[in-house]
Design a protein around this ligand. Structure first.
Ligand SMILES: O=C(O)CCC(=O)C(=O)O
Ligand SMILES: [Fe+2]
Length: 350
C-alpha cells in the first residue's frame, strides 16, 4: 500500500534476492479462467471466484490461463509495440507524456521512477541516482472529451492505433469479468462492480526495457523498474519470454521471480482495490530486474525486454470506501478515484 513502508525498509529488502522456495510457501497460482466462463451453475462459478480471491488475499498475484484473449492478438500488440519503440527518439519525443491528468503519451528513459515513497524530494533524488531503465507509451480511452491520445503517424507505425484501441477494449472486457469473479469471491453480487468500472478510465502501457549492462542493473537500488505497487484495481500484465519480473513474498520480504508462463496473463491487485477491500486483498510490491537466466556464461548485456500492462481503474468519479464483507471498521477514509490516481502519477513522473 501507499503508506505501508518507507524507502529505507525497502532498500534493505532489495538486497535479498532469492528464488521461490518450498520453505517460504509463497506461490503465484495458475488459475484456469475458462472454468469461470463455462460454469453451469452459480456454485461452479463461485469455485473459481474463491480461488481468485484466495490468491489475491495471500500473494496478490495470479497467472490466468484460458483467459480468452487469442495468442495472435497478443503477439500483434507486441509486434506493433516493438515497431513503435524502434522509431527515432526525436519522433517519439514529439508524442511526449505531458500531464498526470491525461497520463497519455511517450515516456522516455529516466522520466519515471516508481517507488513507494510519497516524498517528492526523495523521489526526485532517487530518479537522479537510479532512474528506471525503461521507456513506455501510455494510452487512455480514446473518446475522452478533455484528453487526447498521442498517436504516431499512421505511416510511421501502420495499424498501431487500430491494434491498440481494439486491445484496450479486449482488456477492458476481461477486466470486467475478473472483477465479477472478485465480487463473487467476496460474497457480493456478481454485478457489484459493473457500473463502477464501466467508463474505461484505464491506462494501457507499452513497455520496452532496452538492453543494459548487467553490472549496471546490479548497482545499488538500480532496476529495470524499482519496487512498487500498482495504483488501480487490477493490472493485466503480458510479458515476453525474457523474464525479470519479481514479486515480494509479503511474509518474508524476499523477492521471488514471476517467471513467464506462455499463454498466461499475470494479474495483480492494485492499491485502490486493496483499499476498497480494507486490505482483505493484497497489493503486493513487485519490480523488474535483470533476468535470472543467462544467455551464455560470458553474457554481460541483458536482452531487450518487452511487456504490456493494462492498469484498470474504477470510474474516476467512484468513491472508494470499505466494501461490504470486508471488516467492521474501515481502515481508510473514503477517497475519490481520480484524485487518488492523479496524485500517485504526479509524484512519480518528472
Ligand atoms: O514490465 C513488467 O513486467 C512489470 C511492469 C510494472 O510492474 C509496471 O509498469 O507497473
Ligand atoms: Fe507494476
Amino acid at each position: 500500500m501507499f503508506f505501508r513502508a518507507s524507502v529505507r525498509v525497502h532498500s534493505l529488502r532489495l538486497q535479498k534476492r532469492r528464488f521461490a522456495s518450498a520453505a517460504s510457501g509463497f506461490r503465484i497460482p495458475v488459475i484456469n479462467f475458462s472454468k469461470f466462463r463455462a460454469a453451469q451453475s452459480d456454485a461452479e462459478k463461485k469455485e473459481t471466484a474463491k480461488e481468485v480471491v484466495s490468491a489475491f488475499k495471500h500473494s496478490g498475484f495470479i497467472y490466468v490461463s484460458n483467459h480468452g484473449i487469442p495468442e495472435n492478438t497478443v503477439s500483434a500488440v507486441f509486434r506493433k509495440s516493438a515497431e513503435f519503440f524502434k522509431m527515432p527518439d526525436k519522433v517519439k519525443a514529439q508524442l511526449a507524456w505531458e500531464d498526470p491528468r491525461s497520463n497519455r503519451g511517450y515516456v522516455q528513459i529516466g522520466r519515471e521512477r516508481v517507488t513507494q515513497s510519497t516524498d517528492v524530494a526523495e523521489i526526485s533524488a532517487l530518479r537522479e541516482k537510479a532512474p528506471d531503465c525503461k521507456e513506455s507509451m501510455e494510452i487512455g480511452r480514446d473518446w475522452d472529451s478533455e484528453w487526447k491520445n498521442q498517436w504516431p503517424k499512421e505511416s510511421d507505425v501502420p495499424g498501431f492505433q487500430k491494434t491498440m484501441l481494439e486491445f484496450f477494449q479486449t482488456c477492458h472486457d476481461l477486466h470486467v469479468e475478473m472483477m465479477r469473479s472478485v465480487a463473487l469471491g467476496l460474497d457480493l453480487s456478481e454485478d457489484f462492480f459493473d457500473r463502477k468500472i464501466d467508463q474505461q478510465c484505464h491506462n494501457l502501457r507499452l513497455l520496452s526495457y532496452p538492453p543494459v549492462k548487467r553490472v549496471f542493473l546490479d548497482g545499488k537500488g538500480q532496476a529495470r523498474a524499482g519496487a512498487h505497487s500498482d495504483y488501480g484495481t487490477l493490472t493485466l500484465l503480458f510479458q515476453d519470454s525474457v523474464g525479470g519480473l519479481e514479486v515480494m513474498d509479503p511474509q518474508t520480504g524476499v523477492f521471488v521471480p514471476a517467471t513467464p508462463i506462455p499463454g498466461t496473463i499475470v494479474i495483480n491487485v492494485g492499491d485502490l482495490l486493496a483499499r476498497w477491500s480494507n486490505d482483505v486483498l493484497r497489493s503486493t510490491l513487485h519490480r523488474v530486474v535483470a533476468p535470472a537466466k543467462m544467455i551464455s556464461s560470458t553474457e554481460t548485456i541483458t536482452p531487450v525486454r518487452q511487456s504490456i500492462a493494462f492498469f484498470s481503474n474504477p470510474n474516476f468519479d467512484t468513491v472508494i470506501e470499505c466494501l461490504p464483507n470486508c471488516g467492521k471498521e474501515a481502515r481508510y477514509p473514503p477517497v475519490n478515484t481520480e484524485n487518488y490516481i492523479v496524485g500517485r502519477l504526479a509524484a512519480t513522473y518528472m
